[in-house]
Design a binder for this molecule. Sequence first.
Ligand SMILES: *Cc1c(COP(=O)(O)O)cnc(C)c1O
Length: 341
Amino acid sequence: MTVIDLRSDTVTQPTPGMLDAMATAVSGDDVYGEDPTVNRLEAELAKRLGFAAALFVPTGTMSNLLALMAHCERGEEYIVGQQAHTYKYEGGGAAVLGSIQPQPLEVQADGSLDLDQVLAAIKPDDFHFARTRLLALENTMQGKVLPMEYLAAARAFTREHDLALHLDGARIYNAAVKLGVDAREIAQYFDSVSVCLSKGLGAPIGSVLCGSTALIAKARRLRKMVGGGMRQAGSLAAAGLYALEHQVQRLAEDHANAQWLADGLRQAGYEVEPVQTNMVYVQVGSLAEELKAFAATRGIKLSAAPRLRMVTHLDVSRAQIEQVVATFAEFSRKRQCRPSN
Ligand SMILES: *Cc1c(COP(=O)(O)O)cnc(C)c1O
């Protein structure tokens, strides 16, 4: 039975073309700056996103951490979404390893942070307070694309208030494909952008942090410190280059599949949030564990949460989405005819 894994877009296997690119990649020692493929990936992504420099790292968590630590010194502060990855899902790394104080704010319905609330959270220049240095946004945020006008406003806001602006752009290409713009148009508003190659783009591992030459030089020093200096990483970088070359535009298929899934689940009676990119959120309440177990018997891997997230990616076809919809419909029928419930 082929497994349909909807837990995340991190679960993809490298495609044959990607494996070929990895197998034939030229490598060198990247800590010495001598891996030509890593250098090419860094230069390529910096160019694509309009930055002077870039740094290849093993994970998005490390990429964000290095960005936060490169922007903020000990005792400084960054403003971030309460539900943002850098705040909630990275082990508190900014605080633990960077001595950076997070100032979390509730994320708005559209995935943005309200700039009036951000303004109110900026600390005055007073020795009682941590120094507010940075605003960190995420795009896409739980599958939602931040509006371009909002990005421009956030940019102007941070210039006015002397803050740096970082983007956790783990899924910046999902946002770009959805908007039909070049990713550079999104990136242009930020002082640094972290991009995951290992999500929808389909590489097995790796993220890239983009920024100014000075910021990336600082991040490179920090990368060595946290143990992220890799040696012959060329084959991994080759996977990333292949993904950028061949697996960006196809994200539109994942978005269409997510929409298809949402429509099918609604028809089956489920309460589904509006879909923008490759994430589908369904209310399953207290049935989460039971649904997960039932789906597993049909070869479908789900997370278990009352607000269940399902993520489409290159290893899930339209036909498989139809199987998922049928399984959910069957589950719902089963539940309804059970007398005890
Ligand atoms: C996945 C992800 C990251 C980084 O995750 P890693 O697993 O460390 O590569 C960062 N931000 C967001 C929004 C993510 O989804």
